[in-house]
Design a protein around this ligand. Structure first.
Ligand code: HEM
Length: 293
């Protein structure tokens, strides 16, 4: 690890600790014990009556979907995607690129810090979200309640970080005509050949992940807040829960895709998000339309 990576890690750790400390202070202010200032039991009773009280519209959808369908969607998302990627890794394998031809500076210090903050707190959101979805499996109780608190704190930090990430990268994430071609050849990931792929600074797959994680993250924050505050009409509350679950499953799925792509499918990808540099060969092949500078 070179000096700049160590520096980034240090700044990142300091920022994360500050954020976590701020979150803890926030918690003490009874914020996390909402809805209102009642106990969890009272809140749970209110929630149950909302769900079983009225069978109109989203109520019926909610009752039918929430327990069975969503758990299944989440289950198959987290089981099937890793299996597909294992198959891809074993049959086609990762792509690796030489650094002999030179390197391109790709990610500035600030964007790397903002990215890693998103990475840590979004990972926590996914893990704690799944803990709540499969709460019964973990025996419920204090463990799942703690997961909920961590979920809320992580959401608050992510909600501040994601808009910054959005502003840093939005210009390079706008759709381009050649993105369609990228989809038609599945980004070249189904072949071992190193043929130039039509993509700018970011490819079409990365663009989808960007829009989903930032705008989708915004919707998650909004619907999550409605469920947390209880300060909306019953219909809206149910709608919020359905959107939160569907979008949550999509985000968890794309998160797994992102992890596979950046940790396994492209060798050296992780390094680029630590040092800021990508191999020139990788840029020429995987981002053939990118003009640095
Ligand atoms: C532990 C989790 C994560 C790891 C290891 C990781 C790793 C990486 C790496 C290595 C890259 C550079 C990819 C390349 O250009 O070669 C990258 C890019 C990026 N990451 Fe992450 N990331 C993580 C989580 C996240 C999260 C949670 C978000 C957003 C919520 C995110 C958003 C992005 C975006 C928008 C890019 C640029 C486009 C792309 O490569 O997809 N990452 N990440």
């Amino acid at each position: 690890m070179n000096k700049s990576s160590i520096g980034i890690c240090a700044v990142f750790l300091a920022l994360s600790s500050l954020a976590a400390a701020a979150g803890a202070v926030f918690c003490q202010d009874q914020f996390l014990f909402s809805p209102g200032h009642e106990s969890i039991t009272v809140a749970f009773r209110q929630f149950s009556s909302l769900i079983v009280g009225d069978w109109q519209h989203y109520g019926r959808l909610f009752i039918t979907w929430q327990p069975a369908l969503f758990r299944q969607i989440f289950f198959w998302t987290i089981v099937s995607l890793p299996l597909v990627f294992l198959l891809h890794y074993l049959s086609i394998g990762p792509k690796s690129f030489s650094h002999q031809k030179g390197e391109v500076f790709y990610f500035g210090v600030f964007s790397r810090i903002v990215h890693w903050i998103a990475a840590v707190f979004f990972s926590l959101l996914v893990l704690t979200g799944l803990t709540m979805v499969f709460g019964k499996l973990f025996g419920g109780g204090a463990f799942v309640r703690s997961a909920r608190y961590i979920h809320i704190i992580s959401a608050l930090i992510f909600a501040v970080d994601a808009p910054i990430m959005f502003l840093i990268w939005v210009k390079d994430m706008l759709p381009m005509p050649y993105d369609l071609k990228w989809f038609l050849i599945m980004g070249g990931y189904l072949s071992r050949a190193k043929r130039p792929v039509p993509a700018g600074r970011f490819n079409a797959g990365q663009k989808i992940w960007f829009w989903l994680s930032t705008l989708g993250g915004g919707f998650m924050a909004w619907t999550g807040y409605q469920m947390f505050s209880f300060d909306v009409q019953t219909e809206a509350l149910r709608f919020a829960a359905i959107v939160h679950n569907f979008l949550g499953a999509a985000l968890a799925g794309f998160f797994i895709i992102h992890l596979y792509m950046s940790l396994f499918a492209i060798k050296g990808s992780l390094q680029s998000m630590l040092t800021g540099y990508k191999s020139l060969e990788e840029v020429e092949i995987l981002h053939s339309r990118y003009k640095a500078g």
